[in-house]
Design a protein around this ligand. Sequence first.
Ligand SMILES: CC(C)(COP(=O)(O)OP(=O)(O)OC[C@H]1O[C@@H](n2cnc3c(N)ncnc32)[C@H](O)[C@@H]1OP(=O)(O)O)[C@@H](O)C(=O)NCCC(=O)NCCS
Length: 159
Amino acid sequence: MTPEGPADHWEVEALYDTCFAPGREALSSYRLRDGVPPVAGLSHVARDSGGILAGAIRYWPVRIDATPALLLGPVAVHPTRQGEGLGAALIETSLAQAAPLGWERVMLVGDAPYYNRFGFTLLQDVEMPPPTNPARVLGRALAENAWAGVTGKVRRWYD
Ligand SMILES: CC(C)(COP(=O)(O)OP(=O)(O)OC[C@H]1O[C@@H](n2cnc3c(N)ncnc32)[C@H](O)[C@@H]1OP(=O)(O)O)[C@@H](O)C(=O)NCCC(=O)NCCS
């Protein structure tokens, strides 16, 4: 697993197109990414021994009102490589690097049954831009109690 570099960019986009439904960029989470670069050093790619891209994860910075947080995603593993633990490795390896970079909390929009195993739980008072199913808004603290008292609308980093 290596940090994503400029040469990986279009291959990662193609992987995401393969793994997500068409129109993924219409999702509200993409509005938070528009015009904001991903977090340097945290986005990673996983390649097999032949150099074929098997999985990728990216992170963006967001704010909940004024409070900074990481937005995890998209994360995807090629359909031919799913179920081998690559998704877990991408998530855990990158998250382990987030706290040393100064990040205290991470959130995502995803399936609770998958993300519960990584310590993500429902963020009841954190509002993603509509339309987002509130049951899919999940968070994990990277520092003790880092989500306590954090409430409000998720905003673009530069808004
Ligand atoms: C979700 C994804 C990244 C997981 O990657 P992976 O390498 O297959 O994951 P792992 O091998 O670490 O874990 C596989 C386990 O997760 C489970 N799992 C995968 N997706 C799941 C989901 N949406 N809900 C619940 N469990 C899920 C599998 O059933 C498997 O369970 P097991 O360990 O009990 O057998 C991958 O399936 C993928 O790219 N899916 C399409 C894109 C996507 O949905 N991305 C996430 C957006 S929220």
